[in-house]
Design a protein around this ligand. Structure first.
Ligand SMILES: Nc1ncnc2c1ncn2[C@@H]1O[C@H](COP(=O)(O)OP(=O)(O)OP(=O)(O)O)[C@@H](O)[C@H]1O
Length: 278
């Protein structure tokens, strides 16, 4: 899927995130075209989650972000890093969906899945009569096979994989234009992982939506992303079409990542090639 000259859904320039007097992210540039899945890959601790959290204004205490992050919503362009924090809160959920790496912790342990759904829809003015049907459909689309049964469950009664899919369904409930999914399928078995990533790609391809997939797994990036951006030393060191970046990496760091991934895959399969975790 190519975006041609279409305006990006998100255009990030010079994003820096400072924690404890040190820039962990140091001038990150990233453009997410409509209709495309972009994978953000990099070593553990390279700042992938901090970069993504900066975009939704949910950095840990003591962390500060600067730069610009222009989000096109269809009705206007908003700088997510600009001073209008209240606007960002209004955008979150409706224009931006976010699935946290720690899905289970992102859910309120005291309320049921159904209440999570109803409260999210109510907060955005969706009529009471439509909430249950819409929630069940979103759970089903996120790969939950028996959404009626999970409706009354509390987060601690869910498996890690179920919690990931519930968090994903909640993030997609309001049909956001930009979805940021941080290691969204790490707790899923390979069949469910493929199903969920197929669904996420299908809801993005050929539409005005964009998906930022944060992942350790180069095999996931290679199979489901249109584009790959590689983060190292707080900056994007290489980005482009997934087949080019992963198939013929130019930057030495990307080449090392691809080699390390291939090595691990070979160890797992007893021979060369295939899946690749960083
Ligand atoms: N609350 C915090 N206080 C201090 N340092 C933090 C905090 N959160 C993250 N960091 C540091 O920022 C760096 C980047 O963390 P981040 O979670 O963004 O990495 P990541 O690339 O998403 O890693 P992973 O793939 O393991 O999730 C790490 O060195 C981490 O220790």
């Amino acid at each position: 899927m190519t975006a041609g000259l279409a305006l990006p859904v998100l255009d990030v320039t010079g994003l820096a995130v400072r924690v404890g007097g040190r820039d962990i992210v140091a001038g990150l540039d990233l453009r997410l075209p409509p209709g495309e899945v972009t994978a953000l890959v990099g070593r553990s601790g390279s700042g992938k989650s901090l970069s993504a959290r900066a975009l939704i204004g949910l950095l840990p205490d003591g962390a500060r972000a600067r730069g610009t992050a222009l989000l096109g919503t269809g009705t206007g362009v908003h700088d997510l890093l600009g001073p209008a924090g209240h606007r960002l809160r209004a955008l979150r959920g409706a224009a931006i969906g976010y699935v946290f790496q720690e899905s289970q912790a992102s859910l309120n342990p005291t309320v049921t899945v159904g209440t999570h759904v109803r409260e999210t829809l109510a907060a955005h003015g969706i009529a009471r009569a439509m909430r249950r049907a819409r929630g069940l459909a979103a759970l089903s689309e996120a790969g939950i096979e028996d959404p009626e049964r999970l409706w009354a469950a509390r987060p601690f009664e869910l498996s890690g994989g179920q919690a990931q899919r519930v968090a994903l369904a909640l993030a997609c409930l309001l049909d956001p234009r930009l979805l940021i999914a941080d290691e969204v399928t790490s707790a899923l078995d390979p069949v469910t992982q493929a199903r969920v990533l197929d669904l996420l790609r299908d809801r993005t391809a050929g539409t005005g939506r964009a998906l930022l997939l944060i992942t350790h797994d180069l095999a996931v990036a290679g199979r489901w992303a249109d584009r790959v951006a590689v983060l190292d030393g707080g900056r994007i060191v290489e980005s482009g079409p997934a087949a080019e970046v992963l198939g013929a990496p130019v930057h030495p760091f990307t080449a090392a990542l691809v080699r390390a991934g291939a090595g691990r895959a070979a160890e797992r399969h007893g021979a060369g090639g295939g899946a690749a975790d960083l």
